[in-house]
Every structure is written in structure tokens, then in C-alpha cells.
Design a protein around this ligand. Structure first.
Ligand code: ZN
Length: 307
């Protein structure tokens, strides 16, 4: 029996897809959002030689919707439509005939911001990949009123219609920032929505809340591919006046590690799969993450500090 479980385990661990997100390519002025084209090429070569299937986001989503295996599927997202991607990243994707999904920061194209692609370049890019919407003005959505979020979204939609004649059904939150209210509004306009919580994707992942793993610098993609989905039922982060009072949920594991931004990791034993952690931690920064981890499997929740 034990041997059988050990034999099945690796297969089960691999039943996940990964969405990687990158921003700038060979723009060494911004090391925290940049990847070098050399490393990007190395990563793509690694994936192809290890039988990963690199597909567009819409292809991955179709497989999730059809309840098909997403094992060894990989998607590249590019956020912000930087000119450095057009110049240094696109040639790598073209060289290996690998598709991608580019999320356009619409205002930057409309207003010809220096570091960003114009509509002609975006149209060119769309021949090799597909496009999604990354808002109009790249705002902190959670800080806007409902009306402002709708206005920003409508502007992005109108500009897409005007310049390309269609509107994608994919959206990536600027800064990966969202809450329940933001998600509800954006979901009225887009079917496929990406956040920026580190995590993998499996057949049960909701397509309007897709985790993505950022890749920058000399990333070890083999290590990132080991990240799996942790199933947490009844996952709750109880926050009161910017203090995290309690984190609880159910998992099928004897313990979990719990991370909070600016506090770090803590190992919590479960009781019949139930974990309950009362950190009583006051949030320090605007954007915070709570991560539940068991071995390589993780589940992340974004917690925004109220200002
Ligand atoms: Zn962005």
C-alpha cells in the first residue's frame, strides 16, 4: 500500500499548470521588474526540452473549462506593454515559435508614453500572441470608487474597440491589487481575470481568479515549476481595523506553514485538518500577502491595508 502511494505521488504533484508573468526585458534600470532576454531564452529552452506545453492563456482556460488535464502546461503573461518587451522579448518568443498573452496598459498606448508600445506595435505583437486588458490608467483599483473603476474599464474597452476592432475577454489587475468589490465589478466586463498571487493553477482553479508567478532576474524556473496548488477549504483571514486577528481553514495535512508580509513564517499544527492561527498582527504596508504552505503547495490571499 505504502509503495503504491509513493508511486502515485509524483504524478499527482505534477497535475498543475503555471502562469508566469514578466514585465520589462533587458531594461536594467529596473531590476525588480526586469528579466534578461538571455535568461528568458534559457527558461523557454528548458521548458521545451522538458516537454512542457507553452500555450496562450485562453488555451489553458479552455482546458480548465473542458475539465481536461493541464499537467505541464505553461503560460507566459507580459504585463504593462513595455517597449522593452517589443524590442528584446518578442524576438525570443518568435525564435522558438512560442505564444504569450500581453496585457495592455491602454492609456500608455493612447498617449504615447515613452517607455511603452504604441498601437501599431501592439497590433504587430498580437500576430504572435494574444492580448488582454491591464486597465486604462493603471490605477490602484481598490482605492477607487465603483464609478471610477467602471469609468477606467470603459475607457480601456472603448480604446481597444477603436484601435483593434475588438475587446479581449481577459484582464490583469494593475499591481495585482483587488478585493471582493473590485473583482465583482471587473467580472462584469471580463471572463478571465489574473491576479498576481504566487501560485499554480489546476483543473479546479476559478478562471476569474488566476494566480501568476512573477519572473525576474536570473529566475530558477525549474524551482518555480514545483509550486503546487494547496487546497484550503473555508479559508478565512479575519481582519479588524488593519489587524489580522485570525487565519483559519481546512487542509488535508498534519500541519501548515503560514506567512504574513512583514511577520514571516509560522508552523501551525492542524487538528483533524483544521488550522487556526491568531497572530494579532497589525499591518504595516498597503499590500500584504497571507500564504498557507505545505511542502511545495501554496495558497495565497492578498490583504490590503485600509488607508
Ligand atoms: Zn502593471
Amino acid at each position: 500500500m505504502k509503495r503504491l502511494i509513493l508511486f502515485l505521488l509524483p504524478l499527482w504533484l505534477l497535475a498543475e499548470a503555471h502562469i508566469f508573468v514578466l514585465h520589462r526585458v533587458d531594461d536594467f534600470r529596473y531590476p525588480t521588474t526586469d528579466i534578461s532576454s538571455k535568461f528568458l531564452e534559457k527558461d523557454i529552452k528548458y521548458l521545451l526540452s522538458h516537454n512542457y506545453k507553452i500555450v496562450k492563456l485562453s488555451t489553458l482556460v479552455k482546458r480548465i473549462e473542458n475539465n481536461e488535464s493541464v499537467d505541464k502546461y505553461v503560460v507566459f503573461n507580459i504585463d504593462d506593454s513595455f517597449k522593452s518587451f517589443y524590442k528584446n522579448g518578442l524576438p525570443v518568443f518568435k525564435k522558438y515559435h512560442v505564444p504569450f498573452t500581453l496585457f495592455v496598459y491602454v492609456e500608455s498606448a493612447d498617449k504615447h508614453y515613452g517607455d511603452f508600445m504604441n498601437w501599431k506595435q501592439i497590433k504587430d505583437v498580437s500576430k504572435y500572441g494574444e492580448l488582454g486588458v491591464h486597465s486604462y490608467s493603471h490605477p490602484h483599483l481598490a482605492k477607487l470608487s465603483d464609478k471610477q473603476i467602471i469609468e477606467d474599464t470603459q475607457k480601456a474597452i472603448n480604446s481597444f474597440k477603436k484601435h483593434l476592432g475588438y475587446v479581449p475577454d481577459m484582464y490583469a489587475y494593475p499591481y495585482g491589487e483587488y478585493d471582493k468589490r473590485v473583482k465583482k465589478i471587473i467580472n462584469n466586463y471580463f471572463k478571465i481575470i489574473c491576479n498576481q498571487n504566487s501560485g499554480a493553477v489546476d483543473k479546479n482553479t476559478p478562471i476569474n481568479d488566476l494566480d501568476r508567478i512573477a519572473i525576474t532576474g536570473n529566475v530558477n524556473i525549474a524551482k518555480k515549476l514545483k509550486i503546487g496548488v494547496l487546497n484550503v477549504e473555508n479559508f478565512l483571514v479575519k481582519k479588524n481595523k488593519n489587524t489580522i486577528e485570525e487565519i483559519r481553514g481546512n487542509v488535508k495535512h498534519p500541519y501548515v506553514h503560514i506567512y504574513i508580509t512583514n511577520l514571516g513564517w509560522k508552523k501551525i499544527k492542524t487538528n483533524n485538518g483544521y488550522f487556526d492561527y491568531k497572530p494579532d498582527f497589525r499591518l504595516k504596508t498597503y499590500r500584504n500577502r497571507v500564504i498557507i504552505r505545505y511542502n511545495n503547495k501554496i495558497k495565497t490571499k492578498l490583504i490590503l491595508k485600509e488607508e
